[in-house]
Write a protein that binds this ligand. Structure first.
Ligand code: NAP
Length: 352
């Protein structure tokens, strides 16, 4: 069945949504209806499209609307998602505003597609760092029940939006040319070029950031386990696209690094995961030697949609501990692709 589909927001996530809908030949009636704060033509998903100013009328007659707008009280989802739903559309929402609402399922299709029912009209797409972490950890949780997660992230600037990408593109040549880096502290508090900032989203009174809280709360909601202990440190790095995470887990049942590698290498048990875990202890074998994933790997067509896992090691400092290194494209699996996979699964289950 072909659907009337809308898109709100034309930042990096909106751009990827437009291109992945085409790439995956998502069944659409006519063109994608694109909306943002103001009308203009815009390069989106590799072609020039008409962007309309969002309004009541623009949301008429749509079956499905992907929201990829800015968050908060003046953001697209808070202002417009309820209207889109009232007018009969199903909303798949990249913003964080509604993620923890009990009646809004927070969905990663490989993990908890069953959270979506025929009554569901508003589905939240999780935070980018949370998505790649739960895709990698859900199979291990099913096998040995994870009781504690300690995660440190290495997140790319595109996770902040286009403004942070522009900052890095401007600051890197400034510094290489010996000039002080031009810098807007309302984007990132300090210049990002040639540095790393342990600061993603705003700080809360407990000393953690909102991004760190999102990783705790969203992981519990998606895994359906309010008791799982999660502690996070989220860090912005001068990388354009692709988030990496160092993850330490403790399981209830014993799970060796060998078993974890077997589970994660099994496509049935671990959909969406690709294991790249062959550290070479011999001499350098050339540029194609298999080793471990890095954010640059998500540029390769074979890895662009995957959650890449490497460096799987036993942690002998606790009873049943493991360390992993997890990498994925924050704009694709961390946002746009996950949203489209939700819609595809809803179509397959006749929920759309
Ligand atoms: N980047 C990631 O890795 C990532 C991952 C997961 C989730 N997300 C979430 O996905 C969303 C989009 O991210 P992004 O990085 O693409 O953002 P972005 O670069 O900041 O772009 C935001 C877009 O939202 C539009 N917008 C803002 N307020 C609006 C409103 N009231 N009504 C209609 N449109 C409005 C803007 O319109 P104008 O162009 O007219 O200003 C702009 O096109 C955000 O909520 C973000 O938190 C991002």
């Amino acid at each position: 069945m072909a659907l009337n589909v809308g898109l709100v927001g034309v930042g990096p996530v909106g751009d990827r949504l437009a291109s992945i809908l085409k790439e995956r030949q998502f069944p659409m009636n006519g063109d994608l209806r694109v909306m943002a704060t103001r009308a203009r033509s815009e390069e989106l998903g590799g072609e020039t499209v008409q962007v309309n100013e969002i309004s009541d009328e623009q949301l008429d007659g749509l079956d499905l609307v992907f929201f990829a707008g800015r968050e908060g009280a003046k953001g697209a989802s808070v202002l417009w998602a309820p209207t889109a739903i009232d007018k009969g559309a199903v909303v798949i929402d990249n913003a964080s505003d509604f993620r923890m609402f009990p009646n809004v399922p927070l969905v990663v299709p490989e993990v908890n597609m069953d959270a979506v029912s025929p009554e569901t009209k508003h589905i939240a797409n999780p935070n980018c760092s949370t998505i790649q972490m739960v895709v990698a950890l859900a199979p291990l949780h099913r096998a040995a029940r994870i009781k504690r997660i300690v995660v440190s992230t290495y997140q790319s600037v595109s996770g902040w939006g286009q403004a942070a990408v522009d900052e890095l593109l401007q600051q890197a040549p400034d510094m290489l040319d010996g000039r002080p880096p031009r810098h807007d502290p309302t984007v990132m508090r300090k210049p990002i070029a040639f540095d790393v900032l342990p600061h993603i989203d705003s700080f809360l009174p407990d000393g953690y950031t909102k991004e760190e809280h999102k990783m705790v709360n969203e992981t519990r909601k998606i895994l359906g386990d309010p008791n799982i202990q999660v502690t996070a440190t989220t860090v912005r790095c001068p990388v354009m696209v692709g988030h990496a995470e160092s993850i330490n887990i403790e399981t209830v049942r014993p799970l060796s690094a060998h078993e974890a590698r077997e589970i994660l290498s099994d496509a049935q048990r671990s959909p969406g995961v690709v294991v790249m875990d062959e550290p070479n202890t011999e001499d350098y074998a050339g540029p194609d030697e298999p080793t471990y994933p890095t954010p640059r790997d998500v540029e390769l067509p074979e890895y662009k949609d995957a959650v890449l896992v490497g460096r799987i090691r036993q942690d002998d400092t606790v009873d049943h501990g493991l360390n992993l290194w997890v990498v994925s494209d924050n704009l694709r699996k961390g946002a746009a692709l996950n949203a489209i996979q939700i819609a595809e699964q809803m179509l397959a289950r006749k929920l759309l």
